[in-house]
Design a protein around this ligand. Structure first.
Ligand code: PGA
Length: 252
């Protein structure tokens, strides 16, 4: 069954005390909500994962990491492996985020390896895709997203693919205050679902969750989420304030 998900990507923000306060605040607000088939995921920086998974045990949210290195263990100074994440009860991991593609030059092949390594350890990948502004202006956005999916994701077998969450994040909308319109989001999400159907099955395409990310906030979330192919959001800036994040959860 298709799941509705709101995931907060904190990126490189919050000190330890601020993180503690934000997780506790979100947990407390979720307590009063009936989430039914909604899933809430918090993705804090690595050092705060344990704090988050500790609180998550008695709360209504799950925890995700923002990154992973695609080896089980070894001499990779500074990196974090899927077994480390799963030993800390981290259930989700963001990969393919445009900031990692841009600043850390992560290639399609490297992302495919990350995906495989996460799935091997039963961690749910939140796979990000999306075009740059010049690509959209040139009308190449569908081609760009199709290539990202083809090269990093579509090598998966059906059972593995069924575990993946996709996040469409147009790069021009990330952190800019300019979100994709509801029509632009719906159009791309329907396109992505169509690709999944072509490559796999209609059932799998119907079951996969496709989140929207990019300047999604408490004001525009409801309109974005009202589209039939938008199954929730990957939230950056607006996940850093509990009230805003919870308002987005309430919009789903
Ligand atoms: P934003 O970021 O909500 O701050 O635009 C979204 C993301 O990068 O995941």
């Amino acid at each position: 069954m298709r799941k509705k998900i709101v995931a907060g990507n904190w990126k490189m923000n919050k000190t330890f005390l601020e993180a503690e306060e934000l997780v506790a605040h979100v947990a407390e607000d979720l307590e009063t909500r009936k989430l039914e088939n909604k899933i809430v995921v918090l993705c804090p920086p690595f050092p705060y994962l344990e704090l988050a998974t500790d609180i998550a045990k008695d709360s209504k949210f799950s925890v995700g990491a923002q990154n992973v290195y695609p080896e089980d263990s070894g001499a990779f100074t500074g990196e974090v492996s899927p077994p480390i994440l799963s030993s800390m009860e981290v259930e989700y991991c963001i990969i393919g985020h445009s900031e990692r593609r841009k600043y850390f030059e992560e290639s399609h092949e490297f992302l495919a390896r990350k995906l495989d390594s996460l799935l091997k350890h039963n961690i749910i990948p939140i796979f990000c895709c999306g075009e740059l502004l010049p690509e959209r202006k040139a009308g190449k956005h569908f081609k760009v997203v199709e290539k990202q999916l083809n090269e990093s994701l579509f090598h998966l077998k059906k059972d593995s693919m069924a575990m993946v969450v996709i996040a469409y994040e147009p790069v021009w909308a990330i952190g800019t205050g300019v979100n994709a319109t509801a029509e632009q989001a719906q159009e791309m999400h329907a396109f992505i679902r169509g690709l999944v159907e072509k490559k796999y099955t209609k059932k799998l395409a119907g079951d996969i969750s496709i989140l929207y990310g990019g300047s999604c906030n408490a004001k525009n979330a409801k309109e974005l989420f009202s589209n039939p192919d938008v199954d929730g959001g990957l939230i950056g800036g607006a996940s850093l304030k509990a009230e805003d994040f919870i308002a987005i959860v309430d919009s789903l």
